[in-house]
Design a protein around this ligand. Sequence first.
Ligand SMILES: Cc1cc2nc3c(=O)[nH]c(=O)nc-3n(C[C@H](O)[C@H](O)[C@H](O)COP(=O)(O)OP(=O)(O)OC[C@H]3O[C@@H](n4cnc5c(N)ncnc54)[C@H](O)[C@@H]3O)c2cc1C
Length: 454
Amino acid sequence: MYDPMVDSSPGCGIEYPSSYWADISTTNETSKPEDDGQLDKDIDVEVAIIGAGYTGLSCALHLAREHNIKAHVFEANQTAWGCSGRNAGFILKSSGRKTYAAMQKQWGEEVMRGIYHEMCAGVETVNGLIGEGINCDQQPAGYIKVAHKPSMLKTLKAQAKLQQQMFGYDVQVLSRQELHQDYMADENAYGAIRYQDGFGLNPLKLAWGYQQLAQAAGVKVHTSTPVSFADTSIKNSRQLITPQGKVTAKKVVIATNGYTPKGLHPIVTNRSLPVLSQIIVTAPLSPAQLAACNFITSNVVMDTRALKYYYRKLPDNRILFGGRGAITGKNANDPAYAQRLMSVLKTSFPALENLTYDYAWSGWICMALDDLPHIYQGEKGSNEENLFYAMGYCGSGVSFSVQAGKRLAEKVAGKAVSNLPLYTQPLPKFPFAPLRRVGQWGYFHYGKIKDKYL
Ligand SMILES: Cc1cc2nc3c(=O)[nH]c(=O)nc-3n(C[C@H](O)[C@H](O)[C@H](O)COP(=O)(O)OP(=O)(O)OC[C@H]3O[C@@H](n4cnc5c(N)ncnc54)[C@H](O)[C@@H]3O)c2cc1C
């Protein structure tokens, strides 16, 4: 499997992984939209966007609609071939991994509130775009965060209290008994908090919908078009190399997140850590199996472990279950990772002892050293002034990447963007960058011990 820490290109025209989403998304009502195919000639454009995931498509859509700039998006493989077409489809009012308490401590209350409002705006933007007619199988709202041990229920309650006090956010506290009775009888859960918003959807159909909206606004989407930067730089423009044509662009947006290939450009080098997240989708549960686990809810669920597990019941009564995967691309397809998820699922729901999985796949999430996404323009006055990027969602970008794309479009159009740390600072560089995976391996071991014993 493509490994961004090793490979200098994600490939060219590679098909979607054999995921549940790729399998079920073409129906009578939806199918992969036509795109503009591989770029086959030299072109001059005002804005070139690298990567056709949510970030790239949202940036292009907002540039066209709000700033009258018709960008060209260049995607190495297929639209949403990266994370956007293979995630779990949880829409949450959050991104990154930094807690609001930590933000308040570092930057004060005003900045923390500003970031919270941007996260909320992300969900509103997604809902607004879906409301334009994107058919993406939304499920009933509700996000349940389960305590994987009794002590974590205390922490969750404190989180709920802070969010209620600070933002007036409606958070429900559920005892183990209430959770088992009204939502699902997860044996690993010792209680939970439940947010009324947050919901599950089909992430690939969502991306296809964004592509259609962007194309309708005049955006060109070229697939099978991997991009690299030319060494030569002409004043006030950038040259990009693709297999069949050269692109000369006044401005370039990098929207490659966890799929950013090795050596793409110094502006993003050593500023993120791609980490594999693994998903399985089980066979459909029979009515008897559903009843045995009292699996009533189709809310999205995540736990409190350092090495988190997440799950949801899909519209066809299968369970999507996710957690960490391999460390390297070379080991990504080892079935041991899917089997491990299956056995954890069975400790949550022992009645599903004989359940099997039908789909298993993984994808690269993009970790940032400071646990926050960054939306950034190269320093004004430097030769990177015409370069832009948004990345570092740390595994939580389905909703916020759309807001990031919108803000990125404002930056590209030369408009002022609020001065929250998300929008003013570059992604911090990893110290000892070549050793990032050693650090990851250490963190996985620490996480295992913490989740079990601490
Ligand atoms: C298994 C998994 C589960 C997840 N679940 C959730 C979830 O439930 N909720 C949530 O909020 N977040 C989730 N995420 C994270 C979320 O999917 C991402 O934050 C989001 O999709 C990022 O979108 P993006 O457009 O920035 O990047 P991507 O969708 O990764 O798009 C980047 C694109 O850039 C292309 N590219 C790279 N290099 C080049 C190049 N040189 N030339 C041309 N194209 C290039 C790639 O092919 C890729 O298609 C999950 C991620 C994974 C992997």
